[in-house]
Design a protein around this ligand. Structure first.
Ligand code: LLP
Length: 454
């Protein structure tokens, strides 16, 4: 994060607070969020899209994708920066409402929202519900009738553009569970328009996540606009939503296109395409999650054990492994796939830094492993640490703001770590860490055991 520096004696310092002090106060593992970094990225993202679309005489809206990382405070930071919030479950809706977010500023996603979730969303006045299937047209229309509301809806389509990091793939149809095909859109839109309790806003798509370039978004915008133009023959189509997916750097090899450049490129393509189609430029909305919250956070771990493992499968008796190339150094930390599932789930790459001190020792290649009973429990596949790294040292793994806490689990009955926000030399808990008692309390037999044993 931007507020991260090193003190003179080599300790990592965020917003004026040292890693050592944070570890002492809150323990490890610990998610440390640089609040000003989040607020700045949220504001800059909105400004980038507003500037780019204002240049072509159009309006934009930015929804923060809460699935990346949501808490009551985080929701408020987004709202204070002028962002709306994208939610995709009743739970995320509950957090947004608890934060006091105006329900009109919420967009509700999901390929299988329950009838109860739809009912709640409609009854509290959620701004937009994204219809993901033909089934949902009738379900949401019925809920809106029950609550005597006119519910605004978007229609999720597959643009056929599937983007992943460097490249994008454009196909006629995508084999995936989200949305409907572009060919189905005119009929679906007509059915929406036929429901007097629904108001049609436009099309929505999301082409993937951790995308480095602008090409996929541009291609997706072109494809959506062609259908958008056809839908205008039926009636008004005030908006279009191109989703999220803007990539961030996890390691020194990652080189994502800055959000400002993507915004300019997409705005230009949208403007050109609308001119070619002789239609008005709609309001164009986006839903970034990772690019706003990801870089803001690092996870602080303590080193437990260090192990040099011989590679190369030598079976010769007495073979030694002093050759660095034939040894892998496993540095194990006090967390793992329960607080960061991304390496195990997506083969995601992270980097690591010694956080509590300076060292002039020669760097060694290390693999950072967790404490779980699984060989895939790796946090950092390959990075360098000073060769004198030792048990008790603190390690920081940067860029763990997105899809880490939100994907955390209690695997092996490991309690989820706390989340703290730091700002201007102060730290405060955003989300409490769990205790073993928290985990035991959920076991229905726990109190029975407790009673008989006391
Ligand atoms: N809008 C929709 C409809 C989405 O499905 C998503 C993410 C976003 C916006 C936000 O995407 P972002 O800007 O954060 O890339 N767990 C995976 C990523 C899953 C993304 C799911 N949808 C990971 O950790 O890489």
């Amino acid at each position: 994060s931007r507020g991260t520096t090193r003190s003179r004696d080599g300790e990592i310092v965020v917003a004026g607070l040292g890693a050592g002090e944070l570890a002492q106060r809150f323990g490890t593992p610990l998610y440390v969020v640089d609040e000003d970094d989040v607020r700045a990225r949220a504001a800059e993202t909105l400004a980038a899209f507003r500037t780019a679309f204002a240049r072509v005489g159009a309006r934009t809206a930015v929804y923060y994708a809460g699935k990346a990382f949501l808490s009551i405070e985080i929701a408020r930071w987004m709202s204070e920066a002028g962002l709306r919030i994208d939610i995709c479950s009743g739970g995320e809706l509950a957090v947004a409402l608890a934060a006091g977010i105006d329900p009109a500023d919420l967009g509700f996603h999901g390929n299988n929202k329950s009838v109860a979730e739809i009912d709640r969303a409609v009854s509290v006045g959620v701004g937009v519900i994204v219809l993901d299937s033909l089934h949902e047209i009738e379900r949401v229309a019925a809920a809106a009738r029950r609550h005597s509301r006119i519910q605004r809806v978007r229609l999720r389509v597959n643009s056929g553009v599937h983007a992943h990091t460097h490249a994008f793939l454009a196909t006629a149809h995508e084999d995936q569970k989200f949305g409907i095909t572009l060919e189905q859109a005119p009929d679906a839109a007509a059915r929406i328009r036929a429901e007097s309790s629904l108001e049609f806003l436009g099309l929505h798509c999301h082409i993937g996540s951790q995308i480095f370039g602008a090409d996929g978004f541009a291609e997706s915008a072109r494809r959506l606009l062609a259908v958008h133009a056809a839908l205008l023959l039926q009636g008004p189509v005030p908006e279009m939503n191109l989703g999220g997916g803007f990539g961030i750097a996890y390691t020194a090899n990652d080189d994502p296109t800055p959000i400002g450049e993507i915004a300019e490129r997409v705005a230009a393509v949208v403007a050109d395409e609308c001119e070619r189609l002789t239609i008005d430029i709609p309001l164009v909305a986006f839903e970034p999650g990772r690019s706003i919250i990801g870089p803001s956070t690092f996870t602080l771990y303590s080193v437990g054990t260090i192990k040099a493992v011989a590679l190369g499968g030598s079976t010769e008796a007495g073979a030694t492994c002093t050759d660095a190339a034939s040894v892998r150094t496993y540095v194990s930390v006090d967390g793992g796939m329960s607080d960061n599932a991304r390496p195990a789930l997506y083969d995601a790459d992270y980097s690591v830094r010694l956080a509590n001190r300076m060292s002039t020792a020669e760097p060694i290649l290390v693999r950072i492993a967790g404490k779980h009973c699984e060989s895939g429990d790796i946090i950092v596949n390959a990075d360098y640490l000073p060769g004198d790294v030792a048990a008790g040292d603190l390690l920081a793994v940067p860029a763990t703001g997105a899809y880490c806490w939100s994907l955390a689990s209690n695997y092996n009955y490991v309690p989820r770590p706390p989340v703290v926000a730091v700002r201007s030399g102060h730290a405060r808990v955003l989300i409490h860490g769990e205790t073993e008692a928290d985990l035991l309390r959920r076991d229905a037999a726990y109190f029975a055991v407790d009673e008989t044993s006391s």
